[in-house]
Ligand binder design. Structure first.
Ligand SMILES: CC(C)(COP(=O)(O)OP(=O)(O)OC[C@H]1O[C@@H](n2cnc3c(N)ncnc32)[C@H](O)[C@@H]1OP(=O)(O)O)[C@@H](O)C(=O)NCCC(=O)NCCS
Length: 255
């Protein structure tokens, strides 16, 4: 009898190459530094979030991660470890939305801290067809941004500065969505947290496949990975950008 169609398994398999890249990175870190493989994977990849376990904190790992990591470290080789990750991913609960983040389509923001409002991009495009940054979808993306900044203008009086940090600011199809005075401030970010998409996202296409040339460049560089500065291993180093909120309200003709 045919096995029942398991859409979670299919979705997890679609990300096999992506999580494989993250595994190879963690293996290289564990080989060179003083972290176990489980800890390298928890602290320097997005897997903890992808498994529905939420943000990585300085606290010791919880029981679900501990069990997962134990079996991972018992696996004999990379292939067996990857099979275990994909199996766990297929059985995992849905990824939790980031606490406190307010979403507008593909964009979201964190409540302002010290006047600074941090913004993010996640592919939540529901139109199908072309990718979310295609020219044919630029008007939809701009209207999401416009709604978000209108909301911020009215309901977040503490917000004075808008800030972002992502590999995506290298991509013209992304930059064109924003006011030029914002993207013109792009400067290379220093130390980066690697537990989300601000660096890892560069390897993904909107369908979940990986970009072969960029991934090959990354894997070749792992031989020289510096465990003290693992964020330097990424071909597209994230850029930091910022501008006053007024730049956005003027750009989107709000208020
Ligand atoms: C962003 C994302 C949807 C891009 O995937 P995609 O399949 O390239 O999507 P699109 O087709 O919409 O991309 C549009 C454009 O970006 C360009 N692009 C995307 N990734 C690129 C990369 N790594 N290097 C250069 N250009 C890139 C594409 O070439 C395309 O440009 P074009 O229309 O001028 O040809 C995908 O990488 C993703 O979902 N990443 C995870 C989210 C993320 O990284 N968020 C950042 C969190 S801070």
């Amino acid at each position: 009898m045919a096995e029942p169609f398991d859409s979670r398994r299919v979705r997890a398999e679609a990300y096999r190459d992506y999580v494989g890249l993250q595994l190879r990175f963690a293996e290289a870190l564990a080989d060179r530094g003083d972290l176990s493989l489980g800890e390298a994977l928890r602290r320097y990849t997005s897997l903890h979030r992808r498994l529905g376990l939420g943000n990585v904190t300085a606290d010791p790992p919880g029981p679900d991660w501990t069990l997962f990591a134990k079996r991972l470290e018992e696996a004999p080789d990379t292939q067996a470890r990857l099979d275990w990750i994909v199996t766990t991913l297929a059985a995992a609960p849905d990824e939790q939305p980031q606490p406190n983040q307010v979403r507008f389509g593909c964009f979201s923001y964190e409540p302002p801290q010290d006047g600074v409002l941090r913004i993010h991009f996640t592919n939540r495009d529901s139109e199908g067809g072309a990718g979310p940054l295609a020219l044919s979808k630029a008007a939809i993306r701009r209207s999401e941004l416009s709604r978000m900044f209108d909301h911020v203008r009215r309901l977040e009086p503490e917000a004075k500065i808008v800030a972002g940090a992502s590999w995506l600011y290298h991509v013209q199809a992304y930059r064109r969505l924003y006011p030029p005075d914002y993207t013109a401030t792009a400067t290379p970010a220093g130390e980066m947290n690697l537990t989300g998409n601000s660096s890892w996202g560069q390897f993904l296409t909107h369908g979940g496949a990986i970009r072969p040339a960029l991934s090959a460049e990354f894997l070749a560089g792992l031989a020289k990975l510096d465990p003290q500065a693992p964020w330097l291993a990424f071909p597209l180093r994230p850029l930091r950008v910022s501008a006053p909120l007024a730049v956005f309200t003027a750009h989107f003709s709000l208020g």
